[in-house]
Design a protein around this ligand. Structure first.
Ligand code: ZN
Length: 247
């Protein structure tokens, strides 16, 4: 079962690469078919096998020999890894549907944010609609609990964005709102603080390696995504542990 999920998630990850790279540019996700960005040759058959094609072709295009970004297989593997991790951590419950939806949304957002510094509204709206349906059938809290999460998830980063005058992008604020709906108000506040911490650590590491420059904005989406994944799977346990240290 795990192998099957891993394999299917590799294919999904390869599709999410396409979605994350094309939606922000307003391009169709079905046409044109995937092609090499250097020589424009349409990829066929074996070229489209996730990860393996990258390994066998040693990261190069078969036609023009230009190197292909390792970002593609990386996100395919990340998608597959997280898809398998979910049932491993949660067991085989209906909530898995929500977990896989959340992972899917975050993967696409990270790809898009890393490339364009943009979290597209289309992606957020699509997944928000999906989460509404899922939370009606697979609730974690009461419906008012989920709606309260939506409001809190929007307000906290929104106020920070207003106070810091653009220290946080509009896409980040909307992403927190969707996360608030999925997680509830307590866990979305936790996600907010954890993502700020991860973002600061990422900025310091980025500065050390010369990738991040002072005063130049860098994508916050990946930090939010990592925090959301940690909090979704381990948030309650971490909160328990934290409060047991206090009292
Ligand atoms: Zn090529």
């Amino acid at each position: 079962m795990y192998y099957l999920i891993f394999f299917l998630a590799l294919l999904l990850g390869s599709f999410y690469n396409v979605v994350g790279l094309r939606i922000p540019k307003g391009e169709s996700i079905v046409a044109p078919r995937s092609h090499c960005i250097s020589c424009k040759t349409t990829l066929t058959g074996l070229d489209l096998v996730p990860v393996l094609s990258y390994v066998f072709l040693k990261g190069r295009c078969r036609h023009c020999q230009k190197s292909v970004s390792p970002i593609y297989p990386l996100f395919e593997l990340l998608t597959a890894g997280l898809f398998v991790l979910a049932p491993f951590l949660m067991g085989w419950t209906y909530e898995l549907v929500v977990a896989w939806t959340l992972i899917s949304m975050l993967i696409i957002i990270v790809i898009s944010d890393l490339h364009y510094m943009l979290i597209p509204n289309k992606i957020l709206l699509f997944f928000f609609a999906l989460f509404i349906v899922e939370r009606i059938f697979i609730p974690y809290l009461s419906i008012t609990g989920h709606l309260l999460g939506l409001v809190v998830g929007f307000l906290i980063p929104f106020l920070i964005a207003v106070i810091s005058k653009g220290g946080m992008g509009g896409g980040d604020v909307k992403l927190f709102a969707v996360l608030g709906f999925v997680l509830g108000w307590e866990l979305v506040i936790f996600t907010f603080f954890l993502s700020s911490l991860i973002g600061m650590i990422a900025a310091v590491i980025g500065m050390l390696f010369g990738k991040v420059k002072k005063g130049v904005p860098f994508p916050f989406g990946p930090s939010i995504a990592l925090a959301a994944i940690i909090v979704y799977f381990k948030g309650e346990a971490l909160l328990h542990w934290y409060f047991s240290l206090l009292y």
